[in-house]
Design a binder for this molecule. Structure first.
Ligand code: B12
Length: 268
């Protein structure tokens, strides 16, 4: 399967930004994951999945749609199937979040974006509103038309994300990221609760992204998955009406119901 065919595959998936890299050129951040696999990694296909469908009301924009892991897994499974028709003996494993490689670094050296001071990858078209997915395979990278890694680049360092960060963590003042606080289980301190009130998010935080000049006019995602069953505002009524299965299909569901009930209570 040549680079052209991979491009055609992603075109059908409405994914415009992808890169094929030699595994030796990426930064391995969790080698133990690969050690458990029964194949030798040789190439990586990394891609960006735009997800912006409009802002949430009390949910960060990434948590408004169904869980992005479902979408990333689907693309990777179909990509692996397509590759297997050309390379029947190949092995591949899909990742998205818990990857053996530094996904943001791979996206940057793959030329898909620059590394923002917010810690997020900024793409020229979709800004920071992209998820990163990757498929690691044992196919010879040259057979897939792997590229030479590009020199990692950073953003313009305008300071907008640092200034907008509600907890000051991006300004280096040592507090926790608000997104992390909304996902932290158990009892919160008074101070942590006040940050949640300040942000107004039941889950996640978009303040650094909203301030970023690269996100001034965010492009809506062309991926239909993200428009299905959107929940821009989570309420106690909506949450109570959701079964366990339904909650597990939400990005905001992975830390459990009690955490969401707690955050909703704080925001009352
Ligand atoms: C744990 C995690 C979180 C935690 C901790 C975040 C953090 N700052 O690390 C919490 C819950 C707070 C979080 C929040 C968010 N997250 Co998050 N998160 C992750 C996850 C699963 C692992 C990150 C991690 O801990 N890596 C390990 C440590 C060691 O990495 P690190 O300290 O950040 O530094 C590494 C890189 O940043 C890189 N690096 C550092 N500096 C530079 C400079 C250059 C030039 C380059 C090339 C690389 C580079 O090298 C470092 C060492 O390996 C990643 C998925 C992934 N695999 O990357 C998603 C991920 C980073 N998150 C993502 C998203 C969308 C978010 C939120 C926007 C969600 C939200 N709206 O609330 C926020 C943004 C908060 C923020 N400004 O960072 C996306 C980002 C997509 C993008 N455009 O970059 C990712 C990539 C998930 C995905 N599969 O798409 N997240």
């Amino acid at each position: 399967m040549s680079k052209e065919l991979i491009k055609k595959f992603f075109g059908k998936e409405k994914i415009e930004y992808f890169a094929v890299l030699d595994y030796r050129s990426v930064r391995e951040s969790a080698p133990e994951i690969m050690e458990r696999e029964s194949f030798t990694p040789r190439s990586v296909i990394v891609f960006l999945m735009p997800y912006y469908t409009g802002e949430g009301i009390n949910l960060s924009s990434y948590a408004v749609s169904l869980d992005y892991h479902i979408a990333l897994r689907g693309v990777c499974r179909r990509l692996a199937e397509a590759l297997a028709t050309a390379y029947p003996n190949m092995h591949a494993r899909a990742y998205g979040d818990h990857s053996p490689i530094d996904e943001r670094h791979a996206a940057v050296i793959g030329g898909l974006g620059v590394f923002g001071d917010s810690g997020l990858i900024i793409n020229e078209k979709y800004g920071t509103y992209v998820f990163i997915g990757d498929l690691v395979t044992d196919i010879d990278p040259s057979a897939l038309g792997a590229m030479e890694p590009t020199e990692p680049r950073g953003c313009i360092h305008c300071g907008a994300c640092e200034a907008a960060c509600p907890t000051g963590v991006l300004r280096g003042s040592g507090e926790d990221c608000l997104s992390a606080l909304t996902q932290k289980k158990g009892a919160l301190t008074e101070r942590e609760e006040s940050y949640i009130r300040l942000g107004g998010y039941v889950f996640g935080c978009d303040e650094c992204q909203r301030a970023c000049p690269y996100n001034r006019a965010p492009k809506m995602t062309p991926v239909p998955f993200f428009y299905r069953e959107r929940i821009p505002a989570l309420s106690r009524e909506i949450l109570d009406g959701m079964g366990r299965e339904e909650l597990s299909r939400r990005a905001f569901g992975w830390r459990g119901r009690r955490l969401l009930e707690r955050n909703l209570e704080i925001l009352k």
